[in-house]
Design a protein around this ligand. Structure first.
Ligand code: SG7
Ligand code: ZN
Length: 265
């Protein structure tokens, strides 16, 4: 079996392609979004369904790479996204929410995976979506238009975002790899996202970890989410095998033949 991947040394990003050949593909993520080369494009409206539904349980785990969040909903009440750059990729069913997770730095100068004009934000939220034309996550992985990820950047502010106060308070309970907690008082998905969901960049890339599967539609929202230094510090306490999870971001990858689009109304 392939070695578990990491972010430094012998198992770091430069070595991922030895065990996972997709990681040296031509459509990899993350990238630097160079604003002078972004092309304006008018998409159908991006539509959100069930994002205001309160989940029954939020399962938060330290999987050794990130803080991974899964939510349990009443049958059929799972959040879905449709339209925007996804409209032609799944015109009927749209994409369903699978999980969200985070990437962050040891200090505020690094942390995000995609960069904007070579600027890194201190953290980034990834909301992973699966095309409902596939029956489950595994069958959508690496398939045509199988996955989409909505990315949100964090910026440090004196006042954070309310939903992240309760959330980051849970992180002390998952200090080491393999630990998890069932948070029974979660807020709807909408409350963990930024306010403006109209303005975004979009491009076709990959998962940013092994197996680095391609044909992932990335939607990077322009408006950052506010977070306090204290809330970020809760992420920075987390460990795996006595090392901090900090700096769990992959370095930027070549854009090659791809274009990045900016949604315009
Ligand atoms: C994080 O990022 C986890 C992974 C995820 C990976 O390490 O969220 O998910 C699980 C279930 O551990 O990998 C296959 C997959 O979703 C890559 O996701 S990302 O491209 O959005 N960063
Ligand atoms: Zn991610």
């Amino acid at each position: 079996l392939a070695q578990d991947f990491g972010y430094g040394g012998q198992h770091g990003p430069e070595h991922w392609s030895e065990d996972y050949n997709r990681c040296s593909g031509k459509q990899q993520s993350p990238i630097n979004i160079d604003l002078v080369n972004v092309e304006d494009k008018t998409y159908p409206t991006l539509e959100f369904f069930n994002t205001m539904v309160t989940p029954k349980v939020m399962h938060i785990s330290n999987n050794g790479h990130t803080v991974l969040v899964r939510m349990t909903y009443e049958e059929g009440m799972e959040p879905r996204v449709r339209g925007g750059p996804l409209s032609e990729l799944s015109p009927f069913t749209g994409y369903q929410f699978e999980q969200f997770h985070f990437h962050w730095g040891e200090n505020d100068t690094v942390g995000s995976e995609d960069l904007i004009d070579n600027h890194a934000y201190p953290a980034e939220l990834h909301v992973v979506l699966r095309n409902l034309e596939y029956p489950n996550f595994e069958s959508a992985l690496g398939k045509d238009h199988g996955l989409a990820v909505m990315a949100f950047f964090f910026q440090v502010k004196k006042e954070g975002t309310e939903s992240y106060e309760d959330f980051t308070n849970q992180l002390a309970k998952i200090g080491r790899k393999g630990m998890s907690v069932n948070f029974t008082n979660p807020m709807p998905l909408r409350d963990y996202l930024s306010w403006d969901l109209l303005n975004y960049y979009t491009y076709v890339g990959s998962l940013t970890t092994p197996p680095c599967s391609e044909d992932v539609t990335w939607i990077d929202f322009m408006e950052p989410i506010d977070i306090t230094e204290k809330q970020l510090d809760a992420f920075r306490q987390l460990t795996a095998n006595d090392e901090h999870l900090n700096n769990n971001f992959r370095p930027i990858q070549p854009l090659n033949d791809r274009k990045v689009y900016k949604s315009v109304l």
